[in-house]
Design a protein around this ligand. Structure first.
Ligand code: FES
Ligand SMILES: [Fe+2]
Length: 441
């Protein structure tokens, strides 16, 4: 099985000039809270992100629930690389580059489905569920040195799961996923580990395109509760019981924001009476059992509310079970792919209530989602002006106020803070300045 891009018997060697890395030390000052707008607009930096941020990182691929029978597959992207995720006959999850080794066409054009083989629609090369080339029309016309074993699909070398979430990385020698998450795993458990049955996905995958750099969204979900009261004022008004607007404690919520060195971040209001927003879900959930399993700190914090990003581009919202990935599509565009996850143990009507609640709030036309997309597009639309692009942005909220609070693991700050944003861009900067495995010639 081919695990890394290579020319099996050829002598191809890419000249180093094809990729000249840029030193990004001057573009982020995480200690003092400055970010240069070029990181959202520059095409060369973007290409470097694909090589040094996306290729070596653990990237979210899909939920295990999407693969029930051998041959079930789902197509997605790792950075801009198209991949097929599938279950083989041994019931192992595998992922392959969705690009034929002959002339490079996608070998699977469906979003998801069930198959025995992936057959390229250009000339008919066909690959099995382990990515092996099993048939090539007119094979007799190839030279004797041609071996089908050399031309299998390029395999994603490492796949690991965390409570049903499947991640993959192109890095041939990665730190294990659990270690890469660090303390972030404790916060993720608050959404993924309510009971032994785990979670499932419901209602398919929603996909939409936004005119904005992928980092604007990833950063916001990691660090930004600050925008909620202003950007989502109308949504909060509609949802308030009186219709007159949010109560004072919503506007001035206290809570914590977590980050770690890997660039992961999560923020959440803390209150003893925190609850799920969807009434049917709230009425069903046994908060005492959850306190028993997850502890008071999580039930009063990240269980029911807040925002989170797993560096670089996987984010989630515990309140409605929205999990999403911000696929990069050039410096100026991202494609959002969003799932709803629910507890497998919930009755059908509770699952449905959560699905509808997520759709209303954070579906493609959700009352919160539209506010966020509008902000990101607005920022991107003006960012290419030369002078505009030259003026640094402010990430100074909460500077110098990080602490270990003894309740929430890792480094935390107040809810209203840019600390996870600074950590996100520090991690981005570090990866952008670190040669990846594929650069060691
Ligand atoms: S490109 Fe796939 S068979 Fe030719
Ligand atoms: Fe928002």
């Amino acid at each position: 099985m081919t695990t890394t891009p290579s020319a099996p018997s050829g002598e191809l060697k890419r000249p180093a000039e094809l990729f000249r890395p840029m030193d990004v030390s001057g573009l982020v000052d995480a200690d003092n809270g400055y970010v240069d707008r070029a990181i959202f607009t520059d095409r060369q930096l973007y290409q470097q992100e694909l090589r040094r941020v996306f290729a070596p990182s653990w990237l979210f691929l899909a939920h295990e629930d999407q693969f029930k029978k051998p041959g079930d597959f789902f197509t997605t992207y790792m950075g801009e690389d198209p991949v097929i995720v599938s279950l083989n006959k041994k019931r192992e999850i595998k992922a392959f580059l969705n690009s034929c080794r002959h002339r490079g066409a996608r070998v699977c054009r469906a979003d998801y489905g069930q198959t025995k083989n992936f057959t390229c629609s250009y000339h008919g090369w066909s690959f099995d569920l382990d990515g092996e080339l099993v048939s090539a029309p007119n094979q007799a016309t190839y030279p004797e040195s041609f071996s089908m074993a050399d031309w299998g699909l390029v395999q994603v070398p490492h796949i690991e799961t965390f409570h049903g979430l499947i991640f993959g990385t192109w890095n041939p020698d990665p730190v294990p996923l659990r270690e890469a998450l660090g303390e972030m795993a404790w916060y993720m458990d608050a959404m993924l580990d309510h009971d032994d049955e785990g979670t499932e996905v419901i209602g398919g995958v929603h996909k939409w395109v936004l005119e904005g750099n992928w980092k604007l969204a990833a950063e916001q979900f990691g660090t930004d509760w600050y925008h909620v009261n202003m950007s989502h004022a109308s949504a909060l008004m509609v949802m308030s019981p009186t219709g007159k607007g949010p109560k004072d404690e919503i506007v001035h919520r206290t809570g914590r924001q977590f980050h770690n060195e890997a660039g992961h971040g999560a923020g959440f209001p803390v209150h003893p009476k925190n609850r799920f927003d969807a009434r049917t879900v709230h009425q069903h959930v046994d908060y005492d059992a959850l306190r028993e399993r997850l502890g008071d700190a999580r039930v009063e914090g990240p269980l029911t509310n807040g925002h989170a990003t797993v560096f670089p581009n996987f984010s989630y919202l515990p309140v409605n079970g929205s999990i999403r990935i911000w696929h990069p599509k050039g410096p100026d565009q991202m494609e959002v792919w969003a799932w709803t996850i629910v507890d497998r143990s919930w009755p059908a009507e509770v699952k449905e209530a959560q699905r509808l609640y997520n759709l209303r709030t954070f579906g493609p036309s959700g009352i919160f989602e539209q506010d966020d997309g509008e902000n990101w597009s607005e920022i991107q639309a003006i960012s290419h002006g030369f002078v505009t692009n030259s003026v640094p942005l402010n990430y100074q909220m909460g500077l110098g106020r990080d602490s270990e609070d003894g309740v929430y693991p890792g480094t935390t700050s107040e809810l209203y803070s840019d600390s996870a944003g600074r950590a996100f861009y520090a991690a981005w900067q570090r990866q952008m300045n670190t040669p990846a495995w594929h650069e060691n010639h």
